[in-house]
Design a binder for this molecule. Structure first.
Ligand code: NAP
Length: 333
């Protein structure tokens, strides 16, 4: 046993998901490895829940631009309790409830070492499972809405793919900021969920005429902002339903698409790309200050649709890539 800063003992060995070769979900193996130790400026978090994001599957498949050296433990998101603090860390003490925004050692594990600046307070009334759903989804939605699209109160936003992690986060953030929200979802259950989060209308992106419906909902004017979860399918059509000076933020994309740039020209429209990895440390500080405030006052309430055990990581990777999203998928170590 190791002695934590709390005086509590923490195990020398921990369970973690390890990837020894890039490939399908089956390369996610549950193993026992040594519990990592926090260095200067770091903390050790005992994870109670782990957030599963689509990007974890791209990295696991070896399809992502930044590949970790093998073997590695996946995961950037999670929530739990600080177990130990490294030298020079004054902001945190053992026992604090936190959510994690990136981990040095990966979050698909019982413990993760994190930079002290990349953990944030998790209010008592927010469950660990909900906390595991904060980082990537909410930071992405915040960045897209406010730092990329510069969305303003009173504007209308189409959240094109509102039923998943980012979509639910964006719906809550946009409503809190006074935007009119129109979402889309592929299942009746998912669309109901998005409506409960504050969307005024939720359209079915599997129906052929749903964008015509969108135009009539806006009186033919179109929407000011589109948060796009599947640009390779939708980007060209998005440009047809944008109002003048509209902005599309490409959040998700899984292939190539042909667009007619004239549709953007005639509207003075802009297309913004984004990846959360490009957020600077200062920008991240601002984003998480906003998210923590929203969690504290109850504006932001992550929705957990599926809980699986850590051993079921492979199943979680299959599930997150399937249609029929319903909030977040989390693993419970
Ligand atoms: P998720 O929880 O798996 O949700 C996927 C969403 O895409 C669901 O709402 C799904 O709706 C929707 N969708 C499926 N078909 C669609 C279509 N034809 N048109 C519009 N939406 C459609 O994933 P997530 O965590 O929300 O992430 C969403 C996407 O953004 C993923 O591709 C992810 O890789 C990407 N992402 C990018 C960044 C970044 O930094 N750029 C950060 C986070 C996520 P139904 O299942 O209801 O059909």
């Amino acid at each position: 046993m190791l002695r934590g800063a709390s005086g509590a003992d923490c195990e020398v060995w921990m369970k973690a998901i390890r990837v020894h070769e890039f490939g399908g979900p089956e390369v996610l193996k549950l193993e026992e490895i040594e519990t990592p130790q926090p260095q200067d400026g770091q903390v050790l978090v005992r994870l109670r829940a782990v957030g599963v994001n689509p990007v974890d599957t791209y990295i696991r498949a070896g399809a992502y631009a930044a590949k970790p050296p093998l073997p590695y433990t996946p995961g950037s998101d999670g929530a739990g309790v600080i177990e130990q603090v490294g030298a020079g860390v004054e902001r945190w003490q053992a026992g604090a409830r936190v959510y994690v925004a990136g981990a040095v050692t990966g979050t698909y594990a019982e413990f993760a070492v994190c930079e002290a600046a990349k953990v944030h307070p998790l209010p008592e009334h927010v469950s660990f499972a909900q906390g595991a759903g904060v980082n990537v989804p909410y930071a992405t939605a915040y960045r897209a809405l406010f730092q990329k699209a510069a969305a303003q109160p009173g504007e209308t936003v189409l959240i094109h793919g509102a039923t998943g992690g980012v979509g639910i986060a964006a719906t809550q953030l946009a409503r809190a900021a006074g935007l009119r929200v129109i979402g889309t979802g592929g299942t009746a259950e998912g669309r109901r969920l998005v409506a409960e989060q504050g969307a005024e209308h939720v359209l079915d992106h599997r129906q052929p005429n749903y964008l015509e419906e969108l135009m009539s909902l806006t009186g033919g004017r179109g929407v000011d902002v589109i948060l796009e979860m599947l640009a390779n399918v939708n980007l060209d059509h998005d440009l047809e339903v944008l109002a003048k000076k509209g902005r599309v933020v490409v959040i998700g994309n899984r292939g190539r698409v042909e667009i007619d740039p004239r549709k953007a020209m005639t509207r003075d429209a802009s297309i913004h790309g984004m990846t959360l990895m490009n957020v600077t440390a200062d920008e991240a500080t601002g984003i998480h200050a906003a998210l923590v405030a929203g969690l504290e006052n109850g504006t932001l309430q992550p929705v957990v649709g599926k809980e699986l055990s850590l051993a079921e990581a492979a199943a979680s990777h299959r599930a997150v890539m399937e249609p029929g999203a319903f909030g977040k998928i989390v693993l419970l170590p």
